[in-house]
Design a protein around this ligand. Structure first.
Ligand code: CLF
Ligand code: SF4
Length: 497
């Protein structure tokens, strides 16, 4: 069966580790029990592989919050699971159910409904649980997911389990109240505002208790942490160890985004976010102990579609009111499509495993790792023109193999033809966003970006169009090795250039 195309954006690609630990990539699913595997393999956040094929949606039903984070301005969505500075349209539970069923019927690849704001879902228990209760009865084929700051988690665990919520995200930025007091000025607890270390201590205790309670029930827990340089960056490896020991399944370290125009405390105070290198280094240092999520796109509280795309405009309430939904028929169609996607994923995984086995049987290279940027519109192949890419996927090639590292956003600067001649400043910005990469692989590229990339020390490569990403990255890596570009002397030369 041919799978329907669900977007034209560059969000999706086939990926995953072939050798290193990089979170929930396909090789790491291999050792999971069947039960956990079935919970994870079509969840786009819990499985890096799945995010190339399956979509999620959020409904913004939860306006209130019970704490204050220094990276949040309550005019906007909760920044614990959302991009700061975004405002979502608030829905009633009834509207949320209608919207979910409309999206599920129209985007059959949508497997997960999450509630992630615009405030804290568990600080709005009536609205959140009314939505979950109705969806678990009326749309039983949709996975339910929630994200919380954790303060009200222990008292909510029973109710979460009752509605078959298998995936819970807790934002845990620290396990030390002294650090917590630098992140949370206050919490609202037992009808009182509690400030500073005392408030942070209660929050941390509630988060840890909630995590243990969920893990004891077999509910999968993802921990989000916002990396705040100079505040908790040195502390997050410890957080990672502790949450793993208490049963967390996955750790997602997200960069602080603090802009003065968002009006947050950190934004106004000039607190900086981490650089891409700092973020990757921290993710690497945590990954020895923990599955790390590296494909998070910091979605909106009303996001719809594949991670990295937003189809919310197609499903505004005025459009939904006019849609006739036969959900029984939609469920049958969804089932057929999900089975076809799973089959495709399994066969691609088998082919990838075979390649990885071939690679490990070859004599091992003695070369340094290299980062490469990939332009793709999905399905695991290099199929996007350089100038059309809104984001690049970053892979690391090394003697160990190829692994997905992160994504980097850019702006669209190309008008659509092959000349790529306009919007140079955006082009410069795009090239800056690829700092640290030594090659960029795309289906096609114009002369102007070609020259500028070369001047920036990034080799443009359009020779692997339509090839599987990991195979192409390894092929380019081997070419670089054969050309003597990957010995340490060359690395030092690059570093000092
Ligand atoms: Fe939404 Fe979060 Fe569930 Fe995913 S998002 S509630 S776990 S369904 Fe995913 Fe978006 Fe990152 Fe969240 S990419 S911000 S991790
Ligand atoms: Fe804002 Fe979310 Fe923090 Fe509440 S938990 S203050 S909504 S970032």
């Amino acid at each position: 069966m041919e799978l329907p195309v669900i977007n034209e954006t560059p969000a999706a690609s086939e990926g995953g580790c072939s050798s290193h630990s990089c979170g929930t990539s396909d090789d790491q699913l291999g050792h999971l029990s069947d039960e956990i595997r079935s919970k994870v393999e079509n969840h786009p956040c819990y499985s890096e592989d799945a995010h190339h094929y399956f979509a999620r949606m959020h409904v913004a039903v939860a306006p209130a919050c019970n704490i204050q984070c220094h990276y949040c301005n309550r005019k906007y969505d909760c920044s614990n699971e959302s991009r700061p500075g975004v405002v979502s349209e608030l829905l009633t539970p009834d509207q949320a159910v209608k919207k979910t069923m409309a999206v599920a019927a129209n985007i059959p690849q949508m497997t997960v409904l999450g509630i992630a704001g615009p405030g804290d879902p568990l600080a709005n228990p009536e609205r959140t649980f009314e939505t979950f209760r109705r969806l678990s009865a009326e749309a039983p084929d949709i996975k339910l997911c929630v994200s919380t700051n954790g303060l009200a988690l222990p008292e909510s665990v029973e109710e979460l389990a009752k509605h078959n919520i298998d995936h819970v995200t807790i934002t845990i930025n620290c396990v030390d109240p002294e650090i917590g007091a630098q992140i949370y000025p206050w919490i609202f607890w037992e009808n009182k505002r509690i400030k500073g270390v005392k408030g942070a201590k209660i929050l941390i205790e509630q988060q840890q208790k909630g995590l243990e309670m969920l893990a004891a029930r077999g509910i999968l827990v993802k921990v989000n942490s916002v990396m705040i340089p100079g505040v908790n960056d040195k502390h997050l490896a410890e957080v990672s160890k502790i949450v793993k020991s208490k049963g967390a399944f996955l750790h997602n370290v997200m960069p602080l985004i603090a802009e003065a125009e968002h009006g947050t405390f950190y934004g106004v105070m000039g607190q900086r976010g981490p650089t891409q290198d700092e973020l990757m280094d921290l993710q690497d240092s945590c990954s020895g102990d923990m599955n790390m999520m590296r494909h998070c796109r910091q979605c909106r509280a009303d996001a719809v579609g594949l991670l990295g795309e937003d189809r919310g405009d197609e499903f505004t309430m005025d459009k939904i009111e006019n849609m006739e939904i036969d959900y029984q028929a939609a469920m049958e169609k969804r089932k057929v499509i999900h089975e076809a996607i799973s089959e495709e994923m399994h066969s691609k995984r088998a082919a990838k495993d075979e390649k990885a086995a071939q690679h490990s049987a070859e004599p091992k290279l003695n070369t340094r790792p290299v980062l490469m940027a990939i332009a793709t519109s999905g399905q695991g192949v290099i199929n996007m023109h350089f100038g059309h890419a809104k984001e690049f996927l970053i892979y690391e090639a090394s003697p160990e193999g190829v692994r997905f590292m992160s994504h980097r956003k850019t702006d669209l600067y190309c008008g659509g033809d092959d000349t790529c001649g306009e919007g140079e400043s955006v082009l410069q910005q795009t090239i800056r966003s690829l700092a640290g990469c030594e090659a960029v692989l795309c289906s096609k590229i114009g002369y102007e970006p070609w020259d500028l990339l070369e001047k920036a020390g990034i080799v443009p490569n359009g020779e692997h169009a339509m090839e599987p990403i990991e195979e192409a990255v390894m092929a380019v890596y081997k070419e670089m090795a054969a050309a003597g570009k990957l010995d340490e002397a060359v690395a030092e030369e690059r570093a000092t250039a």
